[in-house]
Design a protein around this ligand. Structure first.
Ligand SMILES: Nc1ncnc2c1ncn2[C@@H]1O[C@H](COP(=O)(O)OP(=O)(O)OP(=O)(O)O)[C@@H](O)[C@H]1O
Ligand SMILES: [Mg+2]
Length: 319
């Protein structure tokens, strides 16, 4: 078209203005057309993603509420595991015949080697999976016979690896209870001993934490998780201690934050450093998916078994 217009201009059949006009018309036509191609490609790609998303949403949950399950009533928050066995895959049992109880208001510690099945036990308590056999009861109600929402509402967890969203510290903490006010979030920050850290930040609680919280240290992330648990204020508390070594100052901060919280609740603590749980009401020792010992720190030391060996090993490490 441009060539024809150029020829016409040369032959004096069109003015130079007409040539410019035709050029403009063509631009107006082709730019939107190529944009349409871009939009089409985007829509195609998004549709493919949406399909995958719906695929996930439509996956039936293996753990579901039974018809007319009641809401769980938690007072005082006693937990009992009764001959619980579990395996992720059929050929590999992870937990075998686990039985122990936590009285309401007690602090019970779980210790055992890495891979012994401690975190798995917590997943069962939350009913992310159902045990292969055995029952878990909270205040004499089997957790399979109450609604999932009420069960999960009554347990607060400080997980081994806390998941943070790429948002401000404030919103990440508020995730513990989305209806909490700013003042309540600040109280939780103080209770979790995060106030000193927050006061050093330019933007305070409005600082963003980065993708999955990568701008925070391990100890800071764990204290954010504690602040969440404080906000949630559930009757049962689970603390899965991170293995990543905190320095002793950060460890003390995390521990004292946790102790203050545990004092008022039933608490299940998974501990790697035994020095952190010497004052627990009961210590349950897991080995190879089984409970091998349980009792207080003194009882277990005098029994001279797995726990005593672990304790000696850690004492030597510290020396
Ligand atoms: N989703 C899963 N699918 C299959 N196997 C799993 C899964 N999660 C854990 N396991 C296996 O179950 C065993 C127990 O894992 P678990 O996370 O309970 O250990 P742990 O006692 O918490 O260890 P750590 O002290 O390192 O946190 C491990 O051998 C692990 O490989
Ligand atoms: Mg674990």
């Amino acid at each position: 078209m441009l060539a024809m217009a150029a020829t016409a201009v040369r032959a004096d059949e069109m003015s130079l203005g007409d040539f410019v006009l035709i050029n403009q018309f063509m631009l107006q036509l082709f730019i939107p057309l190529s944009f349409l191609g871009f939009v089409y490609r985007e829509i195609k790609a998004s549709l493919a993603n949406i399909e995958r998303l719906f695929g996930i949403l439509e996956t039936p949950a293996t753990v579901a509420d039974r018809a007319d399950s009641p809401v769980i009533r938690v007072t005082p928050g006693a937990i009992s595991f009764d001959r619980v066995s579990f395996s992720y895959r059929d050929d590999q049992p992870v937990l075998r015949d686990i039985s122990f109880t936590v009285e309401g208001g007690q602090t019970v510690a779980l210790v055992g080697a890495s891979g012994a099945g401690k975190s798995t036990l917590v997943k069962l308590l939350f009913r992310f999976y159902d045990p292969t056999s055995g029952t878990i009861q909270i205040d004499s109600q089997s957790i399979e016979r109450v609604t999932l929402a009420s069960l999960r509402q009554s347990i607060a967890i400080v997980p081994q690896d806390c998941v943070l969203f790429n948002d401000s510290l404030r919103e990440n903490i508020r995730y513990g209870r989305p209806s909490a006010t700013d003042a309540e979030v600040e109280l939780a920050v103080n209770a979790a001993h995060l106030d000193q850290f927050v006061s050093q930040l330019h933007h305070g609680l409005d600082t963003t934490v980065g993708e999955r919280g990568l701008k925070l240290s391990g100890g800071e992330r764990q204290r954010v998780a504690i602040a969440r648990a404080v906000l949630k204020n559930a009757p049962i508390l689970v603390f899965d201690e991170a293995t990543s070594s905190l320095d002793s100052h950060a460890e003390q901060a995390v521990l004292s934050a946790f102790r203050e919280l545990a004092g008022r609740h039933t608490a299940l603590v998974i501990a790697h450093r035994l020095s952190t749980i010497v004052d627990a009401d009961k210590i349950v020792v897991l080995y190879d998916g089984k409970v091998v010992e349980s009792g207080s720190h003194e009882q277990l030391l005098s029994a001279d078994g797995h726990y005593a060996a672990l304790w000696q090993a850690q004492l030597r490490e510290r020396a």
